[in-house]
Design a protein around this ligand. Structure first.
Ligand code: DAH
Length: 343
């Protein structure tokens, strides 16, 4: 029996020497140490060993088993290290390799103008509020002094949604919502998307407006003009002058169209401003007392002004964009070409 054990040990150690990979090592393990393995078989042979020899023989089998196990453990540690090193080698990043280059994003011109307008207005003490794009006829027209049969409805070709619902044609609707919800004095601006059945180089079915409203005691056209001068200077530069031209909106009385020094030629006259040196930018006016009364505000005590530029138009002027369609195409070339920026 002793001979048999030592022979098996010799054979096992011989085979162990040749093991170089995990698969062979696993097979070796099964061959010697599994339930049907050769070492386990030896233990079974103990039955035939005379009882006085059993402790010695048993100890010998255990010694051989421990020897094989400890060598196997060493081998396994070695394989793990090798696998880890191989992984580190294959996943190594060459930090000296030139990069493929990452595409740089650009802020959309509309977003830039919105941000400038909003920053300027917040600085002047305005609160930013928003309103729904799917709007009730009442807020978009009726409360703004445009009843159902009013010819001014033709000024804004509307997407009607059935019932009293429509896609808002102007952010002026938010004026009404603000006056219903806030007590004067109030000073709000409202940026947002607006919709009209209209499509050419300067009109798009979806476009953007920026509504402003100030209600307080003793507000006059002077406040409107000085506030707008300040705002447009922030947008187009300190040398910007503005001009009021009489106009008509049902919700303001008097109403004006506001022109500003053409930022392209600084007033000298160019193709963009058709030689006038001025460019038409927005509608504004003193809030019609009827609108105040519609919102439960005493028009004898309070007055106010409102203004509502088309933001796409401001962006087109500021960034020399030829067509409003460019704003909605998300063409990377267009978006990365805003070097015509005024400021
Ligand atoms: N809502 C008008 C439009 O879309 C623009 C406008 C004009 C807004 C005068 C105003 C305003 O707040 O006072 O044509």
């Amino acid at each position: 029996m002793r001979e048999q054990i030592l022979e098996l040990e010799r054979k096992a150690l011989e085979e162990l020497k040749d093991l170089t990979n995990k698969a062979d090592t696993d097979a070796f393990k099964i061959k010697y140490l599994s339930k049907q393995g050769l070492i386990t078989n030896l233990s079974r042979g103990m039955r035939d060993v005379p009882s006085e020899e059993r402790p010695v023989v048993g100890e010998l089998i255990n010694k051989v088993k421990r020897e094989i196990e400890s060598r196997l453990a060493l081998l396994e540690t070695k394989y793990e290290e090798e696998a880890l090193n191989e992984k580190l080698r294959s996943e190594k990043v060459d930090i000296t390799e030139p990069s493929k280059g990452t595409a740089q994003g650009e802020i959309h011109p509309l977003h830039k103008i919105f941000t400038k307008l909003m920053d300027a207005c917040v600085e002047m003490g305005f609160t930013v509020v928003t309103g729904p794009e799917v709007e009730l006829d009442y807020y978009n027209f009726e409360a703004l002094n445009v009843p159902k049969d009013h010819p001014a409805r033709d000024m804004q070709d509307t997407f009607f949604l059935g019932g009293d619902l429509l896609m808002r044609t102007q952010t002026s609707s938010v004026q009404i919502r603000a006056m219903e919800n806030m007590k004067p004095p109030l000073k709000i601006v409202s940026p947002g998307r607006t919709y009209r059945v209209d499509s050419d180089a300067t009109h798009s079915p979806v476009f953007h407006q920026f509504e402003g409203l100030v209600i307080d005691e003793n507000i006059s056209m002077v406040d409107l003009k000085s506030m707008l001068t300040q705002l447009l200077k922030m947008l187009f530069g300190d040398d910007t002058k503005i001009r009021f031209r009489p106009s008509y909106f049902p919700f303001t009385e008097p109403s004006v169209e506001v022109d500003a020094t053409c930022p392209m030629c600084k007033g000298a006259g160019c193709t963009r401003c058709k030689g006038t040196g001025l460019i038409e930018l927005l509608g504004a006016g003193m809030v019609n007392p009827k609108v105040l009364e519609n919102c439960g505000i005493d028009s004898n005590k309070y007055s106010g002004f409102a203004f509502g530029p088309g933001v796409d138009r401001l962006a087109m002027v500021a960034y020399k964009v030829p067509s409003i369609k460019n704003m909605f195409e998300n063409d990377m070339k267009f978006l990365s070409q805003q070097n015509g920026e005024i400021r």
